[in-house]
Design a protein around this ligand. Structure first.
Ligand code: GDP
Ligand code: MG
Length: 598
């Protein structure tokens, strides 16, 4: 079969530079979606899922376009996840393409994820088509951005389309560039099937739907198929492509992008990056690059109300149906009772899950301070992996603790150089290099412990730079560190969920800050409560929460009635979010306080 008329491409961009808006315009101009059905941001699936309560994820859409040369082309637009935590998924989606449209906001220029995504695309050997977006805005600087792109990519500035995805300006230039510059897929039709899974979702009727790129060979809807990672055989329920709804077909050929409804029950049986072949005549080797991305960030998630435990379990199971990289296992905390130790790819992934549990599943949850995975070497030579401070064995038995270090790239206007360096210093980052992608912008590279990155680093960076800085990070390796466990005792009892593993030099300072903070947060009880921090078996800080005076409400009588109401309301609200430790009530805020320590 001839693939000359096929173009497989994706759109990559820094967040908010206009990827989804451009995708919408392409779908609209090619008539894939009628103007009447045009909902904003068709490819932004989370919102749609929310609105309609069903999964209609369309991360690969087929469009038909008749070009200036008179030919009609099949354009497959493949969507890529927008967050650094999902770099592996992004890389697999890019493998399914021959070209990438690199969208750059004309008012912002090149940002951290512009470059991170560009490098991934170059690794997959894609043809890069830069596009400057938002030229309708008065603050647009298309000339400056075009120059930066020219020096970055070696593509003449005047050849770079300047568009407004929002206003629909010059979208045809983008379509023509796709047809003329993205090469058609190559691939041998007459060899055993090898299809790359670049995404998947769970459909209640058709089971796991795998999004695939047929790299070579072909498949029919009657073929028995094999997932090569686990040697699982499946009879597909259906095969087809998205336009953007599911369109079943009898056959998918080399170069095609489409889907296979596998009938499997969880996405973990059908992982991104795996290769699908034919059971009857299997390929000798799977496609290269299959990985099983491992969680990097861990936190305990507990229901505020004990009776919500099974609801929380159900919710996590449902989320996992569509998210093979979310892990969880039951965990019991002395302070928080029954909950789950959850593993995430990174901090953005963690935030997404937390938000979905609260919003979509309407759960009241307590999330403990996130932790990274430590490698602990004991004096007797045994090695263990610890992803929660509670699991850290007695200090006297430990020879060495290693923690994950990341490479960190920050892009910012030059004026914030000083404050970024200050932040980096405070977070144990090591400076590596700097350069200037354009005259007023600086690119800084660091190495930094992941544990420092997961605690508010991005928020702090944003506030220091008034939102102008962007960042990107990636795992580099494990390094030995001088680390200790800081424990907190409330009313003489160790509160396991408040423990943290910190750098030895910071232990004293952090212990003190933690105690001070807790003293503010823990409400006064009917008796004095001692709050203590300990490290290395020694108490390093202590404070007292004084007993409540009985007349705290009496003060309000006769006074401002609304103030009294507010006070009562506040107490009621607080009540829902309290946890009992021994006979002391600790509000949920306290468990987050460990995070917010400078
Ligand atoms: P994404 O994060 O890259 O998918 O970005 P979106 O497509 O969601 O766009 C981010 C914001 O920029 C949205 O508010 C869009 O309406 C806006 N936007 C996108 N393209 C344009 C454009 O060409 N001009 C203007 N003025 N706004 C745009
Ligand atoms: Mg988007």
């Amino acid at each position: 079969m001839n693939t000359d008329h096929i173009r497989n491409f994706c759109i990559i961009a820094h967040i908010d530079h206009g990827k989804s808006t451009l995708a919408d315009r392409l779908l609209q101009i090619t008539g894939t979606i009628s103007d009447r059905d045009m909902v904003e941001q068709v490819l932004d699936t989370m919102d749609l899922e929310r609105e309609k309560g069903v999964t209609i994820k369309a991360s690969a859409v087929r469009m038909s376009y008749t070009a200036k040369d008179g030919g009609t082309y099949e354009l497959n637009l493949i969507d890529t996840p927008g967050h650094v935590d999902f770099n592996y998924e992004v890389s697999r989606a890019l493998e399914a393409c021959e070209g990438a449209i690199l969208v750059v906001d004309a008012t912002q220029g090149i940002e951290a994820q512009t470059l991170a995504n560009l490098y991934l695309a170059l690794e997959s050997d894609l043809e890069i088509i830069p596009v400057i977006n938002k030229i309708d805005l008065p603050s647009a600087m298309p000339d400056e951005v075009a120059e930066a792109l020219e020096s970055l990519l070696g593509i003449p500035a005047e050849d770079i389309p300047r568009i407004s995805a929002k206003e629909g300006i010059h979208i045809n230039q983008v379509l023509e560039a796709i047809v003329n510059r993205v090469p058609p897929p190559k691939g041998n039709e007459n060899v055993p099937l090898r299809a790359l899974i670049f995404d998947s979702h769970y459909d209640p009727y058709k089971g796991v739907v795998a999004y695939i790129r047929v790299v070579e060979g072909h498949l029919r809807n009657t073929d028995s198929l094999r997932l090569m990672a686990n040697n699982t055989d499946v009879r597909p329920v259906e095969i087809g492509y998205f336009a953007p709804g599911m369109r079943p077909v009898d056959e998918l050929d080399s170069g095609d992008v489409g889907y296979i409804a596998t009938g499997l029950k969880t996405v973990s049986e059908c992982r991104v990056g795996d290769t699908i072949t034919l059971t009857a005549s299997p390929a000798a080797e799977p496609l290269p690059g299959y990985l099983h991305p491992k969680p990097m960030v861990f936190a305990g998630i507990y229901p505020v109300e004990g009776e919500d435990y099974s609801n929380l379990k159900d919710a996590l199971e449902k989320l996992q149906l569509n998210d093979a990289s979310l892990t969880f296992e039951p965990e019991k905390s002395q302070a928080l009772n029954f909950g789950f130790r959850c593993g995430f790819l990174g901090l953005f992934h963690m935030e997404i899950i937390q938000e979905r549990l609260e919003r979509e599943y309407d759960l009241d949850i307590v999330v403990t301070a996130p932790s990274v995975e430590y490698q602990v070497i004991l004096l007797d030579g045994t090695q263990m992996v610890v992803d929660s401070p509670v699991q850290l064995p007695d200090e006297s038995t430990i020879a060495e603790i290693r923690e994950p270090w990341m490479g960190l790239d920050i892009f910012s206007p030059t004026e914030f150089f000083g404050t970024i360096m200050d932040l980096a210093n405070k977070r144990r980052a090591e400076f590596r290099a700097q350069d200037h992608p354009s005259p007023n912008r600086v690119h800084l590279s660091f190495e930094i412990p992941l544990s420092e990155l997961i605690v508010d680093f991005f928020d702090d960076l944003k506030s220091r730079t008034r939102g102008y800085a962007s960042m990107d990070y990636h795992f580099e390796g494990y390094r030995a560190g001088n680390l200790v466990k800081v424990e907190v005792l409330v009313g003489g009892e160790v509160v396991d969920a408040l423990a943290a593993i910190v750098h030895k030099e910071d232990a004293y300072h952090k212990g003190q800050r933690l105690v001070t903070k807790l003293k503010e947060i823990i409400p006064r009880q009917l008796f004095d409560v001692a709050v203590q921090a300990s490290a290395d078996g020694r108490i390093i800080s202590r404070a007292n929460v004084k007993a409540l005076r009985k007349d705290v409400l009496a003060k309000c009588y006769g006074g401002d009635i609304s103030r009294k109401k507010k006070l009562l309301e506040k107490q009621k609200k607080g009540k829902r979010r309290m946890k009992m430790v021994g006979n002391v009530e600790i509000p949920q805020e306290a468990f987050m306080a460990v995070l917010r320590l400078e």
